[in-house]
Design a protein around this ligand. Structure first.
Ligand SMILES: NC(=O)C1=CN([C@@H]2O[C@H](COP(=O)(O)OP(=O)(O)OC[C@H]3O[C@@H](n4cnc5c(N)ncnc54)[C@H](O)[C@@H]3O)[C@@H](O)[C@H]2O)C=CC1
Ligand SMILES: O=C(CO)COP(=O)(O)O
Length: 363
């Protein structure tokens, strides 16, 4: 769909448009930081249009104003990333179809539970030559088994989808503290390198790795481990126990990946998306923080309650991922093979007390 221009005779002619147009689908905490990173690069890279559209799930702020309008007026996402200028070339768009219409590079970054609905709204609405990348840490569970979000995007929208994961606490990258990230790709290295160029800055170092499933599973499963780490913190078990739990869990991650019979490479665990993300999330992430509060309250206050009180609209991924992983394990008869994942879910739903997080590994 090339844009048209009017000639001096008033005819519309097609103007070849070799520049890529980027839309970010999502505008939460990480979504806003992703838009900021990308927008700083589209201004510098001649192969991209400057403007970056950012789809905003519209909401009305306590002031009575619409979030998308405030973002466009102030250049800040006042709700999900206050105090940070996104770049004047970021344009907030509340209409999903309009946001993606002209884009050939789609960046998906919403909480994973909304992706199925978003994809079904986008069927037939995107450019045929579009490429996608998912920054989403999570999975869906279907009758046939687990379905990673990149697969959901590819299957529903018929487009190739890379992933970008890493030790990336959004608020730290927002203030330009150094971090690294990994782009996982399937076959097309050129596309992966284009994504790397679009995201890389002096403080955000991105590299490519030919292992979509491995990169995405690392990003997804570490959220369950972070819940376990939060329980250990909330119970004040100390660093030795936490380290032991993490070691145990890292091993479990590899085993789980292996058992899914996906082409997951060991080397992927040593990229930013692997052990580094596990460590940062277990030290400073939202999943850890809410799980800590859950354990301190002896499991008496639900995660939903704690999420809305502590995160002001941001969403946890670990609790629902624990449930999804549990479903996969149950379906395959593997519950006993993965006591950590199973225990985390059972604590989250109140079937076991928080103390069960260390008890299972002592028996
Ligand atoms: N925040 C972080 O530090 C990082 C997050 N991620 C991942 O990125 C993904 C997105 O996370 P964030 O941008 O932080 O989101 P967030 O946790 O800030 O979630 C809030 C977003 O969800 C949207 N939302 C609420 N209800 C919705 C609905 N019904 N339909 C569609 N959207 C709705 C809100 O409008 C808002 O944009 C997640 O999978 C997360 O694990 C990955 C790396 C770092
Ligand atoms: O994925 C993250 C850091 O890489 C963020 O984790 P939380 O969602 O637990 O904050």
């Amino acid at each position: 769909m090339a844009p048209s221009a009017e000639t001096e005779y008033g005819d519309n002619v097609e103007v070849p448009d070799n520049k890529s147009r980027v839309t970010v689908v999502g505008s939460g905490n990480w979504g806003s930081v992703a838009a900021k990173l990308i927008a700083s690069n589209t201004l510098k890279l001649s192969s991209f249009h400057d403007e970056v559209r950012m789809w905003v799930f519209e909401e009305v702020l306590p002031s009575g104003e619409k979030l998308s309008e405030v973002i466009n007026q102030t250049n800040e996402n006042v709700k999900y990333l206050p105090g940070i200028k996104l770049g004047r070339n970021v344009v907030a768009v509340p209409d999903l179809e309009h946001a993606v219409r002209d884009a050939n590079m789609l960046v998906f970054v919403t909480p994973h539970q909304f992706m199925e609905g978003i994809c079904s709204r986008l069927v037939g609405k995107i450019r045929e030559d579009a490429e996608a990348i998912s920054l989403i840490k999570g999975m869906e569970v279907k009758m046939e088994g687990p379905c990673m979000i990149s697969t959901l995007i590819t299957e529903q929208l018929g487009i190739n989808c890379c992933v970008l994961m890493g030790a990336n606490i959004a608020n730290e990258i927002a203030v330009e503290k150094f971090s690294e990230a990994t782009v996982g790709y399937r076959e097309n290295k050129e596309i992966a390198e284009k994504w790397v160029r679009l995201f890389s800055t002096a403080y955000f170092m991105v590299s490519a790795c030919q292992d979509v499933e491995g990169v995405e599973l690392c990003g997804t499963l570490k959220n369950v481990v972070a819940i376990a780490a939060g329980f250990v913190d909330g119970l004040e078990m100390g660093n030795n126990t936490k380290a032991r739990q993490l070691f145990l869990d890292t091993t479990m991650l590899s085993t789980f990946n292996f058992c899914l019979h996906l082409t997951v490479y060991m080397i992927t665990f040593f990229e930013s998306c692997g052990v580094a993300d596990l460590i940062t999330t277990c030290l400073g992430g939202r999943n850890r923080k809410c799980a800590d509060a859950f354990a301190r309250n002896g499991g008496k206050r639900s995660f939903d309650e704690l999420e809305s009180e502590m995160l002001q609209g941001q969403k946890l991924q670990g609790v629902s991922t624990a449930k999804e992983v549990y479903e996969v394990l149950r379906h395959r008869g593997w519950l006993e093979l993965f006591p950590l994942f199973t225990t985390v879910h059972e604590i989250c739903i109140g079937r076991l007390p928080p103390t069960a997080i260390v008890e299972y590994s002592q028996s």
